[in-house]
Design a protein. Structure first.
Lengths: 277, 168
């Protein structure tokens, strides 16, 4: 018996891992996993690396944009091109500084409109899997971030905090199929749920066929969803399709915030009514 | 111990790569799954109890960083490891091109597992068409990058072997 177990120890170890994963999966789905030390340790290790990695990635992105900008000047002579390149790098740096300044000013202005205690955070990593649209931000429970808090920018809603460690937090983006935000059509006050979809981008669900929804309609948070202040812009309707059957119409939405382009965000807690956007 | 350290560092490096630099690639939400390639490498070349737990931890790490519910990727990776290990035990799979095919198949196994778990635990509209697209793209990218990752891991292993003193 012992020899049999020893001969197949890898097989049994893998089976044990499978069972353990299933146990974790079931416990997590029921919300029974609260404090998770391995995750906290891993995020503690990853945080500085991800900050450095994201910094480098942003630098490469900036460099690529800079290269694209320069592509039009190829025909000019070498001296002028070099000089232009130097000036362009300097200009790029100043533009970047100005844009950051403007962006931070917007964040500050927006923050004053939000409930007190809004936390400013930086996105330090994106999703490691194609299956989930999430990101990691640089603030965690030590900074006051809690599970369920809303993550926003002056342009609109980004997502919701789904897990928190000491110095980081995981945000489920609006574009993830598992997300869901209660919204109002600003023009008609019809209610629905905005969620991501693997098939067709972001969609507005549960809008009855009889409701008046048109392309270009703006969707704002209803305030009924815990975490999100009322009136924040979520997205704009880009396509409405009424099928011959079914109770609801199919509505596609262009999110107000393109998460790939966001660098700084605000994390806000549950408040009954706030925003003016 | 040195080998463990090598794979630990490789895993950390690949996670950072997947969560930061790969998002610069113009591939939309699809991220090349190099962690899966590492898992297949463990299954092919390191049939051990430690590697089985390593595969589990690789998946669990992705869960920590990305998924809303823990255990998704841990289950998928453990299954991939087991499948690759069982296949490698009965068929010779160590040629670089064959390894690439193994990664492609492993990615499909992982995709199918994710679809299954997703369908059970998370109910999502318009799921199947989107899922099929993700599975195919992920599998293709992983298979394309597999020879490079395998070569780098093998090189790292040679370096570790070179600096390990031979016991009489």
């Amino acid at each position: 018996m012992l020899a049999f177990l020893r001969r197949n120890q890898i097989f049994f170890s893998s089976c044990f891992c499978l069972l353990l994963s299933l146990y974790i999966l079931t416990a997590a789905a029921r919300g029974q996993i609260k404090n998770e030390p391995v995750g906290t340790l891993l995020m503690w290790i990853l945080r500085p690396l991800q900050i450095a990695g994201q910094g480098s990635a942003n630098w490469i992105k900036g460099f690529r944009n800079h290269y694209d900008t320069l592509a039009g000047f190829r025909s000019e002579n070498e001296r002028l091109r070099k000089r232009l390149q130097t000036l362009e790098i300097e200009r790029q740096r100043l533009l970047e500084a100005e844009a950051t300044n403007r962006h931070l000013q917007q964040l500050l202005d927006f923050r004053s409109e939000l409930p007190s205690g809004a936390i400013t955070a930086t996105i330090i990593a994106s999703s490691a899997s194609s299956w989930f649209q999430s990101c990691v931000i640089s603030k965690g429970s030590a900074d006051g971030v809690r599970k369920g808090m809303a993550v926003v920018t002056p342009l609109g809603v980004v997502g919701k905090v789904v897990a928190v460690t000491g110095r980081t937090a995981k945000v489920l983006l609006l574009t993830d199929p598992n997300s869901g935000i209660d919204v109002l059509v600003q023009r008609t006050r019809s209610r629905g749920i905005v969620s991501g979809s693997l098939e067709s981008g972001t969609v507005l669900k549960y809008i009855k066929r009889s409701e008046d929804v048109q392309e270009g309609d703006r969707l704002v948070t209803s305030g009924l969803d815990s975490g999100f202040p009322k009136g924040l812009l979520v997205g704009t309707v880009i396509k409405v399709r009424k099928q011959n059957r079914g109770l609801f119409q199919s509505v596609e939405v262009w999110p107000a915030v393109q998460s790939a382009r966001v660098e700084e965000v605000l994390v806000v807690g549950a408040q009954p009514d706030v925003a003016k956007k | 111990m040195k080998l463990f350290l090598l794979f630990f560092l490789a895993a950390i490096f690949l996670i950072v790569l997947q969560t930061t630099f790969f998002h610069l690639l113009p591939m939309g939400p699809v991220v090349p799954d190099l962690i899966l390639v590492l898992c297949v490498y463990l299954g092919l070349y390191h049939p051990s109890v430690g590697a089985a737990f390593g595969a589990f931890l690789l998946g669990y790490s992705i869960d920590i960083v990305s998924s809303p519910i823990l255990g998704f990727n841990a289950f998928a990776m453990s299954l991939v490891y087991l499948a690759v290990y069982l296949c490698a035990r009965s068929i010779w799979l160590h040629h670089p091109i064959v390894s690439s095919v193994v990664v492609l198949l492993a990615a499909l196994v992982k995709g199918a597992t994710m679809v299954l778990i997703w369908a059970i635990f998370l109910s999502v509209d318009g799921f199947w068409a989107g899922a099929a697209r993700y599975v195919m793209w992920e599998a293709l990218f992983a298979a394309l990058l597999a020879p490079l990752v395998f070569a780098l891991l093998r090189r790292g292993q040679h370096l570790v072997d070179r600096f390990t003193p031979v016991t009489p």
